[in-house]
Design a binder for this molecule. Structure first.
Ligand code: UD1
Length: 371
């Protein structure tokens, strides 16, 4: 019996899982001609399984590399060895990775070493410096050097690749799979967050390495001043599992009235929490993309963004990590309904929800597989 070719999708962190799922589901529609295998490095233990579960997916193989307080080098070396063994055994026709995490960089590197074509989902995002976000900017630039196909979410990201000399025929503007994901999930019923609270909800998330320490302290202090200045506001802090991040947030915001420090919700409830929010303060890339779909204004707690489309559309603003700057920007939006309304248009600059199908179509053509 002739065996079908197989493709491998690699994920390891929560955003990898959320944004890989739509492409995996799109490939699974072609199960008669290709086997779709999902590998988790296990860079994240709890947060990954939750996220995959929201889409009814589980990893076929889990390398379980996570150790508490892991360094980037530990993630890299453990994942590289594990993936190499999987690629050797399964001999995939193509490997896919998403975005800019260390798992994605390593998936690309392992595929490169074995000369297996690599498809990069969410390709072409760029800031001006390889040092920010750290180490993500390096990760996504590195895989662009050898990817066989680059799935750019927007024209802007496709242009970044063209300017770097990437062959146009390998670039596909697909939209961001994160929009496919958010659309799938928001159709599901979700919890009625804080239904007993008649006031407003401001949602805060912060986890980025370049914000660890003093910047995160400033972010937390700005948020604290904000709830103190606006008595109708409940501040909800969805705390990342990283112990470094939690320490700062608990120290600065623990026990403050109208501040809820919560565990990171599963993806589906989190999407409903976004919808419940009047304003979001975040340094997350994915949240920047999701919030405009629901018309929720976003203040980006970073000095650079590789996602300028939301800023251009007027639904996001880059405010940096200075305490006063954050407070003033947020206070202005919460104090002035017109300012809030101006940032609340529901737009979707990042995609139309069909990215997964476009990726599957491009990759199957590349592999010479007829659906
Ligand atoms: C990683 C990604 C980042 C992504 C983020 C999303 C890299 C370098 N960074 O950052 O791009 O935006 O994920 O969440 O790839 N932990 C747990 N359980 C979990 C997850 C994490 O306990 O389910 C703790 C562990 O102590 C772990 C620490 O969090 O050591 C940090 O995890 P790590 O993957 O190294 O970095 P993140 O900060 O999560």
């Amino acid at each position: 019996m002739e065996t079908k070719p197989s493709v491998i999708f690699v994920c390891g962190t929560r955003p990898d899982a959320i944004k890989t799922a739509p492409a995996v589901l799109a490939f699974q529609k072609h199960a008669n001609v290709v086997d779709t295998v999902l590998i988790s490095t296990g860079q994240h233990r709890e947060m990954l399984a939750q996220a995959l579960g929201s889409f009814g997916l589980t990893a076929d193989v889990d390398l379980e590399i996570m150790t508490p307080g892991q360094t980037l080098a530990m993630v890299t070396s453990r994942a590289l060895e594990g993936l190499d063994q999987v690629f050797e055994k399964r001999k995939p026709a193509m490997v896919f990775g998403q975005g800019d995490t260390t798992t994605t960089f390593v998936a690309g590197l392992a595929a490169f070493y074995r000369q297996i074509p690599f498809g990069h989902i969410e390709a072409g995002l760029r800031t001006e410096t390889v040092w920010n976000p750290f180490p993500e900017e390096f990760n996504r630039r590195a895989v662009a050097m050898f990817a066989a196909q680059h799935y750019a979410p927007t024209e802007w990201s496709a242009n970044n690749l063209r300017q770097e000399g990437v062959d146009d025929s390998s670039i596909f503007v697909t939209g961001n799979t994160g929009i496919d994901a958010v659309q799938m999930i928001s159709e599901q019923a979700g919890p009625d967050w804080y239904s007993d609270w008649t006031g407003r909800v401001v949602l805060l998330t912060t986890h980025r390495r370049e914000n660890w320490g003093a910047p995160q302290q400033q972010i937390a202090r700005a948020a604290r001043s904000l709830v103190e200045a606006h008595r109708d506001v409940k501040l909800v802090v969805a705390m990342h599992r990283n112990p470094v991040v939690r320490e700062t947030l608990v120290a600065e915001l623990g026990g403050v009235p109208r501040v809820e420090l919560i565990e990171p919700p599963d993806y589906a409830p989190f999407v409903h929490l976004i919808k419940r929010s009047s304003l979001i303060l975040t340094d997350s890339g994915g949240v920047q993309e999701e919030a405009p779909s629901f018309g929720v204004p976003v203040l980006v707690l970073r000095t650079t963004t590789e996602r300028p489309e939301g800023v251009d559309a007027g639904t996001a603003r880059l405010v940096g990590t200075n305490e006063n700057d954050i407070f003033e920007a947020a206070d202005a939006i919460l104090s002035d309904p017109a300012a809030h309304a101006a940032m609340s248009r529901a737009v979707s600059p990042y995609g139309d929800g069909k990215a997964g199908d476009r990726i599957a179509a491009a990759a199957l053509t590349y592999l010479g597989i007829t659906p």
